[in-house]
Design a protein around this ligand. Structure first.
Ligand code: F1P
Length: 358
């Protein structure tokens, strides 16, 4: 399977990470076959702004979906943790009126997500769309309609393929709304493209982890990549009990860079739109002695010269189609680091698969 692990040692979570290209293709084909997205759009066409809501990984997924939505449809969209909707509804809802709500929850059982769906639907009378990887859930009962991606569910506590698959489903909805059929076909092409390189990527991340010992982790991204940086930080923390932080890339100069040392791992999720400015930060942190990872679609000589690890997706398609695969190197980093620290990524310390409140 992979260089250093015996098959009996391979965490279930690692198998789920490696299954992503195949699961993406299955979910995209199912959405196409059922024509589900078209039906949803018929019911949501009048809505002028979109609100994406979730918890934990599903909140960072909401952030990635909101950024994708605006860039693909030109409609305003925002992301909120469900707790903000519940605790500060006037702040969360504000003057919103013509809003479509999307509540994201892999389990469909997370108390805060279900309660937020009820509040936004019943009290504020907003149309609500749920998206989940489970069947017959409280979330589905709370929402007007629900997209189920059952094949993307995991046995693992941490979210990996459920995160990327639900993101791609919401990107597909946005591309169908903006009649950008080429984007949906680009997601399929990207899945096929990535299927050929994910195992090699896993071996390289495993080697990178074996060759380094880090005391802290930093994840940096701008635009839609910022949400991926936030999810990446959570993955490394959940699976390896390591300290991770996420920042907008250029924000890192404004104080947090004080922590940079040879025991700091800095992962840069490089966008195309901000590449020049982001690459300058990469070069500066490499100069400061940090260990740098560049996660990008196309790497140039400067990126290669200032990076200790380069993941180049090399996909010939729209930038947003690279958002889901960008999270995979961080999922692998968290999993292999957890194994190296003699932890079990399948049973993360202190965590439960679903947070249910009384
Ligand atoms: C949300 C979540 C996960 C986290 C952990 C606890 O779950 O916070 O993001 O990794 O599993 O639950 P869900 O609402 O998406 O099921």
């Amino acid at each position: 399977m992979l260089g250093r692990m015996e098959s009996a040692q391979v965490p279930v979570t690692l198998g789920e990470i490696l299954s992503q290209p195949e699961i993406w293709r299955h979910c995209l084909s199912e959405l196409d076959r059922t024509r589900m997205l078209g039906g949803i759009l018929e019911q949501t066409d009048s809505r002028a702004e979109w609100m994406f809501v979730g918890c934990g990984s599903s909140f960072y997924l909401a952030e990635a979906a909101a950024a994708s939505w605006t860039l693909l449809t030109n409609q305003p969209a925002r992301a909120l943790p469900a707790s903000e909707v519940l605790l500060f509804p006037d702040l969360a809802v504000g003057a919103a009126r013509n809003t479509q709500v999307v509540v994201i929850s892999r389990s469909g059982q997370t108390s805060e997500a279900v309660r937020a769906a009820h509040l936004l639907s019943r009290h504020y009378r907003f149309p609500t769309l749920g998206i989940t990887c489970s069947a017959e859930t409280p979330l589905e009962k709370a929402c007007d309609r629900t997209v189920r991606l059952l094949a993307a569910d995991e046995k693992s506590t941490v979210m990996t393929r459920s995160f990327s698959s639900m993101l791609m489903a919401l990107q597909s909805l946005a591309s169908e709304k903006s009649r950008r059929e080429e984007f949906s076909s680009a997601l399929r092409r990207m899945s096929d493209h990535f299927a050929g390189s994910i195992d090699g990527l896993a071996n390289r991340v495993e080697e990178f982890v074996a060759e380094h010992a880090f005391s802290d982790y930093v994840f940096l991204g701008q635009g839609p990549c910022y949400a991926v940086a936030r999810e990446a930080s959570l993955k490394v923390t959940e699976m390896s009990c390591s300290y991770g932080q996420a920042f907008h890339t250029l924000e890192f100069r404004h104080g947090p860079k004080a922590i940079v040392s040879p025991r700091t791992c800095l992962a840069f999720f490089l966008s195309e739109g901000g590449l020049l400015a982001e690459s300058e930060v990469l070069a500066e942190m490499h100069e400061l002695g940090g260990v740098t990872m560049a996660i990008c679609n196309h790497a140039d000589d400067d990126i290669r010269r200032t990076s200790d690890f380069v993941f180049e997706l090399g996909f010939d398609g729209p930038e947003l189609a690279a958002l889901a695969p960008f999270i995979v190197p961080a999922q692998l980093l968290g999993c292999f680091t957890g194994v190296k620290k003699n932890l079990n990524p399948d049973e993360p310390k202190n965590l439960s698969r679903v947070v249910i409140l009384d």
